[in-house]
Design a protein around this ligand. Structure first.
Ligand SMILES: NC(=O)c1ccc[n+]([C@@H]2O[C@H](COP(=O)([O-])OP(=O)(O)OC[C@H]3O[C@@H](n4cnc5c(N)ncnc54)[C@H](OP(=O)(O)O)[C@@H]3O)[C@@H](O)[C@H]2O)c1
Length: 211
């Protein structure tokens, strides 16, 4: 599959595109938002396009031309306010879904969400704008008519990847970004993962044995 990664310069995004390139199972195109990032990705042998989630849907649609699958791994990050949460985590995700719908050829949309995004009762007050954004982005995707997989990891860490996770009866927990990237790579194009939301924390099951 031709896989389009939105948020490719992020901590998970970078590990995901690297893994996809190494695996050689899919062709990967990275979307980044700055010229210097584009130059760096090109220098490292990646297919790469410029795209800004604060831009318009038509530009995103054109950037997705020729793609079969989309991974949304972007986010506004912890150092910006609720305004950027709304613009990137919610509207940026919504625009990506709209662009994928308009593209007409996207066979799989993989959303990097967050554990408990579906459960309003679990949202701490300080994080409500973030969870509202993730919750509604996920719902838009579920209702989009696209084949989707929503991946909801627990708290992200920079620990070394283990290649093992837990996806069953998850209530809380953490997970290395490396394992989230490996899991995203695992589900892309996988029919068994279609139209599912999957909670993800560290665990004892080899990623290849899940789903
Ligand atoms: N932190 C947690 O514990 C946790 C738990 C569960 C889920 N998550 C989710 O996982 C996501 C990914 O995590 P991460 O650590 O990889 O995040 P990250 O390093 O902050 O990566 C986010 C990426 O989104 C990109 N981005 C931001 N605004 C953009 C825009 N306007 N247009 C295009 N790209 C834009 C950033 O671009 P630049 O590189 O240019 O800044 C960055 O590359 C988070 O955003 C969050 O939604 C987080």
């Amino acid at each position: 599959m031709n896989v389009f990664v939105i948020g490719a310069n992020g901590q998970i995004g970078k590990q995901l595109v690297e893994r996809l390139k190494q695996d050689g199972k899919h062709e990967v195109t990275a979307m980044v938002r700055k010229q210097e990032q584009l130059d760096e990705f090109k220098a490292n042998g990646y297919q790469v396009v410029l795209g800004d989630l604060e831009g318009d849907v038509e530009t995103l649609k054109q950037a997705m031309s020729g793609m079969d699958a989309v991974v949304f791994a972007a986010g506004s990050g912890g150092s910006t306010g609720a305004d950027k949460t709304l613009l990137i985590d919610l509207d940026g995700a919504a625009k990506s879904v709209e662009a994928a719908q308009a593209n007409g050829n996207i066979k799989h949309f993989v959303m990097l969400s967050a554990l408990k995004a579906e459960d309003r009762s679990a949202w701490p007050d300080s994080m409500k704008p973030y969870y509202v954004a993730k919750h509604h982005a996920d719902r838009l995707l579920e209702q989009s008519g696209l084949d989707y997989t929503i991946v909801r990891p627990g708290a992200l860490t920079d620990d070394a990847g283990t290649g093992k996770v837990n996806v069953d009866n998850v209530s809380t927990g953490e997970i290395p970004r490396a394992d989230v990237a490996a899991f995203l790579a695992h589900v892309i194009g996988r029919q068994e993962a279609a139209n599912k939301a999957i909670d993800l924390v560290k665990g004892d099951t080899a990623i290849e044995e899940t789903i």
